[in-house]
Design a protein around this ligand. Structure first.
Ligand code: RP5
Length: 318
């Protein structure tokens, strides 16, 4: 019964958006339960990150924009840093008329990609509307772009080994997968070392750059060494598999600005190449380590969800 109810709700939501909210990925499929769970929780967390701003509370049954809610009164918040017009953010606009005239939503806008992996998003009074529903906060919050803010997440993995032998888990009997995790400086949460796609940058370049900057500290290396690290990453990242692409349940999301990502897996089957890298935290990362993948981890945003997709495809312990 429960599954039928979930399926009905999902079908309604998908019909609304005319295509799945989350694209099924190349490695495996996304189950109903996972999709429903991904109807953002962290994007509704009470206190907005790096602020004392409280979101207007949105109960589960009111997340969907299709559910009428006349009393919905989201807090309007754009972080003060964005009003100083940093180069990585859209300029502040006086009203929706101006916003709509200047920015080209649902298309490539110069170097800035304003298309969504989830399909065409709606504009309400000129403002892009979060395709996953209400968040209790309008404006851009901490995010630079109105609408989708594109990121890329490199998931670098190896099998856990002890004395040269692959370790299997006591309960599941399955081999344990490890990934390169960073501890984010901004909120001290463990995460995949992802980052924002720069305007005009290819996702493949973002994946390499972010991995180099956050886990190999490439920004602080002398030029000669930096070149070496770059070549190594280029070699390691030649073959990758897509794990996920779509909306991210990020705590910074708002009704008008949200995170999307492409998560790619680079797996070292023997542990002889990437598995031997000497990790060093840099840039936005306060720490870096090889972390066992297991379901108890509560990683940043929906990173646990991406790892679950990968673990299923590799038949690893969860
Ligand atoms: C998440 O935020 C993405 O999955 C990616 O890991 C990250 C990008 O934001 P920054 O790390 O650049 O803040 O939503």
């Amino acid at each position: 019964m429960w599954n039928l109810a979930v399926a009905a709700r999902l079908a309604a939501v998908q019909q609304l958006h005319r295509r799945p909210i989350f694209k099924a990925n190349c490695v495996t499929f996304v189950s109903l339960m996972e999709i429903v769970k991904c109807l953002h929780l962290k994007a509704r967390s009470e206190v907005y990150p790096c602020s004392a701003v409280l979101r207007f509370p949105v109960p589960d049954d009111k997340v969907d924009w299709a559910v009428p809610w006349t009393n919905y009164n989201p807090v309007d918040y754009t972080a003060p840093a964005l009003l100083k017009q940093p180069s990585w953010a859209d300029l502040p606009y006086r009203d929706e008329g101006e916003l709509n005239k200047v920015l080209k939503f649902n298309q490539l806008d110069g170097d800035v990609d304003r298309r969504s992996h989830t399909g065409k998003y709606n504009l309400i009074n000129g403002f892009p509307r979060n395709p996953c529903g209400r968040t209790g906060l309008k404006g851009r919050g901490l995010l630079g772009r109105w609408g989708p803010n594109h990121a890329a997440d490199p998931i670098v993995t190896r099998w856990k080994k002890e004395s040269g032998k692959t370790v299997t888990h006591n309960c599941s009997g399955k081999p344990i997968l490890q990934f390169v995790a960073i501890c984010r400086k901004d909120n001290k949460e463990w995460a995949i070392p992802g980052g924002m796609v720069d305007p005009g940058e290819k996702v493949s370049a973002t994946l390499r750059r972010e991995f180099g900057e956050e886990t190999l500290n490439s920004l602080d290396l002398p030029e000669a060494e930096r070149q070496g690290v770059k070549e190594l990453i280029n070699f390691l990242f030649e073959a990758g598999e897509m794990v996920y692409q779509g909306y991210v349940d990020d705590p910074r999301n708002t009704d008008n600005a949200w995170m999307e990502t492409v998560a790619m897996n680079y797996h070292d089957e023997t542990g002889e190449s990437v598995g031997k890298l000497s990790l060093q935290a840099g840039d936005d990362a306060g720490a870096v380590k090889w972390m066992d993948i297991e379901k108890e981890q509560n990683l940043y945003a929906s990173h646990t969800h991406f790892l679950h997709q990968l673990v299923k495809a590799k038949n690893a312990h969860w």
